[in-house]
Design a binder for this molecule. Sequence first.
Ligand code: SAM
Length: 243
Amino acid sequence: MRIDVITIFPDYLNPLREALLGKAVERERISVGVHDLRTWTHDVHKTVDDSPYGGGPGMVMKPDVWGEALDAVCPPAAETSPRLVVPTPAGRPFTQDLAHEWSREPWLVFACGRYEGIDQRVVDEASERMPVDEVSIGDYVLVGGEVAVLAMVESVVRLLPGVLGNPASAQQDSFSDGLLEGPSYTRPEVWRGRPVPDVLRSGNHGAIARWRRDKALERTWRRRPELLDALPEGALDRKDREA
Ligand code: SAM
């Protein structure tokens, strides 16, 4: 998978070359390009923003600079076009389902906004020549898109074949079956007077699976009840309902 990020703070994206993501680069599971938006400015101050039409606080990122940047990173005449991701708190929610969908794409381009965001015409024009997703990573407002991009890229890349040490862990994570994952424990057996639940040391795989499922249901019901409402018909069996 190829990943390009356009930003006014290229160094903010350095973690794309660290830890699991860095290993994915080394193993050539992904290639990463980080581009400084100011490359496509033409004034001495390298201006990327201007005041908003209609008035109001803050500044808006200029369409001419963004247009040139996107033309350079994903040329309109090229044979392939990427999926363009524009992080914004006003976007649709980024979810694990979307991470799975993006993990099947060969090429993702991320456009990091700052200030009050990017002139809407950039998204409208880009949508005519490539798929564009305006997405939010949560109901809060960050200063810029870079942190959102790091979160999204990490969640996508860990789904690529050969990236996680044990691919089964992604299959058992929260959201894979529509539920939150239950609690996990490791050695020692007793820590500060708190023992690991007996069932996890029983060796009874059926009982362990049932306990984990019950804990996942309980945790989801307490913390994210709306996830239970969104489960598909038939997702809960009789034992789940008794839990
Ligand atoms: N005026 C915008 C609004 O109210 O919707 C907020 C702009 S925010 C200060 C600047 C940039 O941060 C956005 O263009 C976007 O790239 C990023 N950003 C902020 N919060 C975000 C979120 N929850 N999800 C994704 N990106 C976010």
